[in-house]
Design a protein around this ligand. Sequence first.
Ligand SMILES: NC(=O)c1ccc[n+]([C@@H]2O[C@H](COP(=O)([O-])OP(=O)(O)OC[C@H]3O[C@@H](n4cnc5c(N)ncnc54)[C@H](OP(=O)(O)O)[C@@H]3O)[C@@H](O)[C@H]2O)c1
Length: 324
Amino acid sequence: MVHAIRIHEYGGPEALRWDEVEVGDPGPGQVRLRQTAVGLNYIDTYHRSGLYKLPQLPAVIGTEGAGVVEAVGPDVTTLKVGDRVAYAPLIGAYAESRLAPADRLVPLPSWIEDRQAAAMMLQGMTAQFLIRSTYAVQPGDTILVQAAAGGVGLILCQWAKHLGATVIGTVSSDEKAELARANGCDHPIVYTRENFVNRVKDITDGQGVPVVYDGVGKTTFMDSLDCLRPRGFMVLFGAASGPVPPLDLQLLAAKGSLYVTRPTLFTYVAKRDDMMTSAADLFEVVHAGGVNINVRQTFPLRDAAEAHRALESRGTTGSTVLLP
Ligand SMILES: NC(=O)c1ccc[n+]([C@@H]2O[C@H](COP(=O)([O-])OP(=O)(O)OC[C@H]3O[C@@H](n4cnc5c(N)ncnc54)[C@H](OP(=O)(O)O)[C@@H]3O)[C@@H](O)[C@H]2O)c1
């Protein structure tokens, strides 16, 4: 038996329970992992609250982790006992030990530490597809990143800067503004006291930006549209402030023939080849020093409820790791 954080019903952080669970031996195609670090992500709160429904309850939540292979299933040839691996997105991460399909695991190079790996797979591959694929950021672009001091936010700022973009980013405090600035955000805007639409217009000489990356959702979405130049890309990738209500598509014409997309990492890395390509691109930019993975908080895994409270009250910056 090992310990895992499970929910038995949807709810607030108090729904997270430190349960004993049985892991068992890996079946065909599976390995058993001893987990050394688990990533905390906003999607974990959606799974906990029921905003995103799980196939069945009780369930171990969490979608990202790193660890060591401690047993391999009968037909697994790509991994062996002792290999270090990391993964995302794969539900069931908040556990000391777990079973996982071998083909969803990424072998770790020796220079990536376990905590760093657990912090970067989900947020890093998300940043990767957003700025390399959904809208491919070009040198000379000026872009807007909402919640720039968050986990995905800090990676987006650094990577976009590394690609030669000018980065405008929103944050809720002066401390977060400083952190964003130190991570490649040229123009932090404290959106809790400043009108970010006006600021974006000022910074871009009234032109607007070609893309907005918005993981905040409900409270920023409509204003984000007003930051775009004609034919700009509205990339809504999350709902930290709540889901965006249905949209009148006619508005997109009125606001300048805009594009709107609501991408998810699950689609972009559904095929193993795509996942490996995304992870390789991420590892390369981190290795080159273009992106630094900021693990700014750690919590014992058993205190996951406390970590959720911190994340949902805007009390975290950068990435957070839970330690089994
Ligand atoms: N589509 C995908 O595949 C994908 C993958 C990964 C993450 N995401 C999304 O990306 C977003 C960021 O994820 P993350 O894990 O990196 O989280 P995060 O950005 O570290 O945390 C969320 C941030 O959102 C901001 N925020 C604004 N209004 C908020 C509110 N009412 N309540 C709480 N936070 C609020 C806060 O920053 P300020 O205090 O500066 O406002 C907060 O720190 C989330 O929406 C997540 O669901 C999507």
